[in-house]
Design a protein around this ligand. Structure first.
Ligand code: NAD
Ligand code: UFG
Length: 336
């Protein structure tokens, strides 16, 4: 019995692969490498000293995916595969709906066909849209502000309908807050293509001299210093939450959503100041207008995951800044 990891060559999936292998699971990875590099998987093998099967396969290629299900006996699926760039999703919405939603439907149909009914799904705090207050708990109203977010929301709804139709499904919807950081070895990490959209990869690229300065999107939010507040969570803590979710699904029926965040909000300025002081690197920055669609504050109430999954994030912002910088300095050009 093994775990199928879709999108396992990507940022979060590759960290999850390490944690699964370390814990003794057998894994099979499926990824079309549209936003990743085979080198991440070589490094997973080096770091763990363990081997696994990898298929370069697109979730949209149903026959190929079916053959993979025929060749293996899966106990559960961790489903990371998806496109995730908010801005791009506004420009090419159909590509996002097709890839994320049709890909997930193919996957679930084949799971049902092969009687694999445990699924851990990568959702996102983006499903809370513009929350009225913080911290955010799982009972908050759901909405989407862009096509990417809508794919996550739609997939959550599709999975709820699936469970209503067949209650033997066991599904965990993991709503990630802001994953940053890298494996403590510095050997795997986030490898954005082109200009990074997200804060931490931009900061590390400024620190290493690839970009001149950071633009901070807004300093007039209703937060302690005016810059946006987020719940940054170390990717290693995040993937540990997936293993807890898997254990939970082994014992419990149903479909449940869990926030994976630390419960603490830090501002953009807090992150820059921590990064600078811990890594002894100045980050030149300028304040610019707010980024359309951004919200001022977003952080989790992670109590449900703590109580139900016995999971809690352990690493702090300093660890996240240390490990992101280690990854960047050891791999100035990512995996390329
Ligand atoms: P990533 O782009 O690094 O990894 C996703 C992987 O999926 C990539 O390796 C890509 O090649 C693969 N993929 C995409 N479409 C595919 C398809 N049709 N068939 C096969 N493989 C496909 O992204 P990540 O940061 O590791 O995110 C993983 C998941 O977590 C995504 O679903 C993302 O939406 C979700 N998520 C990420 C964040 C974040 O900030 N990183 C936050 C919330 C949720
Ligand atoms: N920011 C800047 N400058 C930058 C990049 C970001 O000031 O160059 C600011 C943003 O305005 C925001 C904060 O840094 O205040 C965090 O921005 P990110 O782009 O890193 O992350 P977001 O919170 O906007 O979004 C992320 C993922 C989404 C996911 C969401 C909730 O990109 O996919 O977290 O989980 F939906």
């Amino acid at each position: 019995m093994s775990i199928l990891v879709t999108g396992g060559a990507g940022y979060i999936g590759s960290h999850a692969a390490i944690e699964l292998l370390k814990t003794g699971y057998d894994i099979v990875i499926v990824d079309n490498l549209s936003n990743s590099n085979l080198e991440s998987l070589n490094r997973v093998k080096e770091l763990t000293g363990k081997n696994f099967i990898f298929y370069k396969c697109d979730l949209l290629e149903r026959d190929e995916l079916n053959t993979i299900f025929e060749n293996h006996s899966f106990e559960a699926v961790m489903h990371f595969a998806g496109l995730k760039a908010v801005g791009e999703s506004v420009e090419v919405p159909l590509m996002y709906y097709h890839n994320n939603i049709a890909g997930t439907i193919n996957l679930c149909e084949l799971m049902a066909k092969h009687d694999v009914k445990k699924l851990v799904f990568s959702s996102s705090a983006t499903v809370y849209g513009h929350p009225d207050s913080v911290p955010i708990d799982e009972s908050f109203p759901l909405s989407a502000t862009n096509p990417y977010g809508r794919t996550k929301l739609m997939i959550e709804e599709i999975l709820r309908d699936l469970h209503i139709s067949d209650s033997t499904w066991r599904i965990a919807l993991l709503r990630y807050f802001n994953p940053i950081g890298a494996h403590e070895s510095g050997s795997i990490g986030e490898n954005p293509n082109g200009i990074p959209n997200n804060l931490m990869p931009y900061v590390t690229q400024v620190a290493i001299g690839k970009r001149e300065k950071l633009s901070i999107f807004g300093n007039d939010y209703n937060t302690h210093d005016g810059t946006g507040v987020r719940d940054f969570i170390h990717v290693t803590d995040l993937v540990k939450g997936h293993l807890k979710a898997l254990e939970y699904l082994e014992k419990n029926n149903g479909i449940e959503a869990f926030n994976l965040g630390t419960g603490r909000g830090y501002s953009v300025m807090d992150l820059i100041n921590t990064f600078s002081s811990i890594n002894k690197k100045e980050i030149p920055f300028q304040f610019v207008d707010r980024r359309p669609g951004d919200i001022g504050s977003c952080y989790a109430n992670p109590t449900k995951a703590e109580k139900v999954l016995s999971w809690r994030a352990e690493k702090d912002l300093k660890d996240m800044c240390t490990d992101s910088w280690k990854w960047q300095t050891q791999n100035p050009n990512g995996y390329n």
